[in-house]
Write a new protein. Sequence first.
Length: 735
Amino acid sequence: MLLAAGAAASQPAPLRAQAAAPAPASPVPVPTSPPPPDSPALPGTISPDADLRELIPDNAVADPEAWAGASGDASVAETPAGRVDPTAPLAELPGMTLPWPDATEPVPVLAALPPDPDLAAEGTTAVTLPESTVASGEEIKVSGHLTLVFPPRLQTFPERATFIDRFSALSTLLKYDNKEATFAQVAARARADRELIAQLLRIYGYYDALVTQTVGKGDLTAAEVGTDVMVRFDVEPGPRFRFGAIALGQLDRAGPDAVGFRQTFAIASGDPLDNDRIVAQRSALDTALGETGYAFAKVGEPDLLVDHKRREGDLTVPVDPGGKYRFGPLISQQPRFLSSQHIADIARFKPGELYQRTRQEDLRRAILATGLVASVTVTPRESSAPAAPGQTGEVAMDVAMVPGPQRTIAGLVGYETGNGFRLEGSWEHRNFFPPEGMLRLRGVAGTLEQLAGTTVRWNNWHGRDQVLTLDVYANTVQRDAYTARTLAFTGSFEKLTTLLFQKPWIWSAGVEILATQERESAVGGQSVPRNTFFIAALPVRGALDYSDNLLDPTRGWRGALRISPEISKQQNGPTVNYARIQFDLSGYKAVGSRLVLAARGRVGSIPGTPLANIAPSRRFYAGGGGSVRGYGFQEIGPRNNAGDPSGGRSLVELSVEARIGTGLLDGAVEVVPFLDAGTVAESIRPTLTGLRYGAGLGLRYKSGFGPIRLDLGTPLNPRPGDSRVTVSVALGQAF
């Protein structure tokens, strides 16, 4: 009735009558002009365009009611306006062939939908754990609410231990807290874990495994189970599938090398099927190709076709070895920035050597480590093809670089009790003298120190990790032990170790030329006159490093020996020769996963001349953050009548500390108790007499660029005037 009323409101009767009226015998005249603009329009309608207006008869426009009544159907006209006869049959619709439904026929009954398993689980009034489906199975308690049951014989599933580890890392049940979940949520997570178990079993080759899931707890109701739901999986791995046919694409194109590559891909027909082995052996084959000259080798994704009837998997790995090549020339795309020759100095390969992918990657990382580039790519390009199978061609190595920022301005402002105010500043250009020639200007303005200096340094000078440094500076410094005004020139050549490639053996050699005016601290309130020294030295240093990490070692040891023969001319005094010798040794031992024990020793000696002939700045001192923590800088050793350090000709330092991981901040924080000892003597023979001890506690924060160190120490046997507490902050471990 609502539909009929709506139809009446939109005046369907005249339209239906019009549709039933016979077509006119003669053409209907059309108006020659549009209706007047003030003609009424029905609300909500759109004014017809000219084509539609031509279809409307003139008499319909003049008197639409009369026109509609004249052409209407008599049966329709009998029904009063605004009323619809509900018993009147509907007019036949054109194109309708199906009969109208009979209202007297019964409505068919629809089948009920199956119950939702989650809702059914919620409504369960009692949940009982069924008996294990694995006869006499061995239960593994993964957590307090999750149990896995395996066959009792370990040989049935030898990968069980690694399987449990992987499952524990990926389990949805272990990821979320079941105590806060409803029974339905736990059941849904259990279904996800059941599928996870099946997937993990397939990784190990168990494609016909049976996994039974049980969720519940004894005879408790669902409401009681809601906060403590037990989940159990009974796992029957079934028979393990084996590898069937193995195809390695076009590997035979490698010629004589193909036999070795097949041995590298250590999977044979009949081996137990293991998807992890497929991934590992594919990677091993790809590595072997890249390390034996096949610069353009391609190893595609493996395809495994499992046949349940044979219980085998046929493995196909697309392999195209391409040709075999040797290294050709290195070509820089920006020769004015970093020349081809300089890049060749950095590379660990020479033209003519067999191509190795790791050498290519090593060169890319080494160029990136210069700090001069934002990005770099090293791409092999065929310069000559192999003449025949089994022979080698040549690849040129194209090096494309995007330069990074070259200039740096740095500054530091600080104040420290005992040292006063200090302002440092520097400007550097890391490629001022290409290639890799750095220019640095630096200055210090402080209460106790002033300095101005210029440094020029060439990194990777005629070879990888070789550094040539020239430095000129003038400074004045005031210490408790002495004051000095120095003009110096130093030069050194070093073979360095780096974070990228930590070397077991490094060395350096250099030259130092100094002119310095120095004065020891006042004695008995009387000012000591200044002495002028002209010093020339040839320091050399060698070091062995068998530790596992440059900035944060956990095992191994290090040893270093430094010898500096020196000649010193004292104005209005003697010319003397002596040597400064220092030996360092440190060791590291990991105990468990969170404890590292570390120990260090240092001895030094200056033979050749009495102490009075040695400039105060060239003597040995001890104390401070890099020496004996708990004591101030240079506070350990002989003292003059004023109580200030006077230095010595021999040195002994000993340190031991325990680096204890805390687990805080994902293991980034360590607590470090330490004990240090040291002494300085006027004799040239190192001695343990007069050892000063310092102890304390430190913190280490392991950042991405090395540990940041904070140590708080106190002297155990202080002398009058010694500080009671010292604090030191630095980058890297203490030793």
